[in-house]
Write a protein of this length. Sequence first.
Lengths: 497, 263
Amino acid sequence: MKPEPLRRLEDPSELLAQPRLAAVVEDAPGDERRLKLPLARLDAAAELLVERHGRLVGMFCVDRPEPSLLVSIAFRGELIALRAPLEGEVEYPSLARFSRAALLPERELHDRFGLVPVGHPELTPILHPDPDRITRDVIGAGTFVMPYGPVRSGIFESIQYEIETGGEDVLALHVRPFFKHRALEQRFRDLPYEHGTLLAERVAGIATVAHALAFAQAVERATGVEATRRAQRWRVVHAELERIANHLDVAMKLADDAALAVGVARFGILKEEIMRLRARLCGSRFGRGVVVPGGVSAPLLAPNDVLRALDEFERDLRRDRRLLLATTSFTDRLIGSGRLDFAAIESYAGVGPVARGSGVATDARFERPYGAYVRLGGDPVTSEEGDAQGRLLVRFGEIRQSLHLIRQAFERLDKYGPELRADLPPVDATGFGWAEAPMGEVVYWVALGGGRVRSTRIASPSLRNWPLFAASFRGDVLTDFSFIEHSFGLTPAGADR
Amino acid sequence: MLEWLARGLHKGIVTTGYPRRPEPAPAGFRGRVAVIEAGAADPSLEDVCPTGAITVRDGDVALDRGRCILCGLCVAADPARFTLVSDFETAAGSRWALVVGEPPVATLDAVRRTLGDRSRTLRRSIHIRHVDAGSDGADEWEISALTNPYYDMQRLGLYFTPAPRHADVLLVTGGVTESMRAPLARTYEVMPSPKAVVAAGTDACSGGFALPAGEVAGGVDQVLPVHVYVPGSPPSPIALLHGLLLAAGIVTNEIANERQAQP
């Protein structure tokens, strides 16, 4: 299995100009392509793009420039937005016919906006889960359903799993998100840009910087103003520190699952050191308040102080990583657990370390580079194992890559002017923004008007990857559960919004 | 395994001395926002705050730390009136105290000494059950950080427990979403008395950024009685420790009162 990058769409103008699609091209910023087409043709156009290995990013019901159903599909080098105006209709042909990635978004749109995907195989309510309602697929002597959550053992976010089992083997697993649904997309309405980034930071707290970045970049692309060069470099530093902290958190939780007490302590120390460095750098352990529309807030540390701290951190990390991966009582639990193949990732449109751990080399930083990543360059870290071990190896590889990116970002910092922030004009426009969060690509759509945010939609990597977690149980047993779950490194807050 | 032992020893002791010794916050750390000058305020100041933590009444400004997300926009807008304080100990015993400030009962050192004595005398150790009722996920990271070697909560007799029936303290994050209402209430009901509830984080104190009506109840105290409020978005591990020790005091005091009441 060779790592496969997200593909480039060949001859897009010719492909999408087919008369049967009746698509009209609309103005869009670079690396974004917008098409307006009738609702009845939406599924045909989306199918065409998915067949050409486009990744279904999200489905949104939007109210600007007019009430529409919006489907965004990612390729290498561009994001394609198909927009079908809703002229009073509530029914549309379901995209789940050819893409499993449409299953959850279509159920959410049904609950929130009353849009009916015709042909959806399981159109049950999803937004307000009832913990006492139990689903059952497997029928057989001695099998039973074990509900796990929403209140679980340990310090975890709330989500519910229904585990169908005969006692040891996990026969089927159902994921029930949205216990934490906070209706945050609606909350963006009429906020000033600056308040919008603060809210985006709180959509998924452990990916604060990535969410703020995706939102700010959506606003910047809509207004046509880029963040200053110096700010773009600082954004890389904060985003990569966030990635390091998240990956260390996964390593720590996996060590905990294997009852490796010193390993838990060591990776806990490493993570805490990164959190403290972030607190010294910006006043918040999560990088809150760093990203502002048009730039960043002023850093509290000089680049050299950050670099010195990271040098020491890297020396410590190298030893702990080597030791962890040489501890067979630990790796035995990961090897072969929760295996996902290339086809599964593609059918669910998986993202982040989960996709990269199965040889799908998709990473927004390199396939549709934004900000300073355009100049920094690089390639996605991949593994071909497809199991929990593969995903952990990807994370360790990415920590090394993040440290390299931070050093690179600081290298040319002095060549840029001192401005940290550009002014954004009030415009009436819409735009997409994306960023690679530690758990995968997060995409924001915004509509601006009169200097304020009028509407926002979010496609979160956690919601995208959760069905893959359920699909990864093939012959795994109950005791593998926490290893597989933690190897995914997802956050319910981001999924539920 | 020997190698792990060596790795474990190599760093020496990193654990904080808190609460017996103060734990200073790094310069510039956003601990809380304080009002330096309350009078002669313009009502337009209210619009500066994204979560409605600032109110101006009769020209006097008040800041509700239970709603504040520490973004610092008010400090940037009016530095003569607001200031960021790099402080970890931000918990309070009532929702009201987050608005007007705690009465000046004693100096901070004395409070810390009390907390220190309390943790030493926790012979019957305190067990904590955590429930996420709709947080943004960052609060959970800070709570689980309490068990890392830097904070090592167990040294104070504080333990997390998965079983609500063994728990003394209910630690709740998030503003309580519609679907988490029932599971949260059920967890509280099965806990034995005496019990204390800690609302951890701005979301849990007031609902934070979420809409005041609709999906989110707007704070844990809309659903359960809350004994300790720990503001912060998210609260730092030391702030959580401070709040948990306050809650531990409530539980141990109640036990002592019950003993006295017995003939």
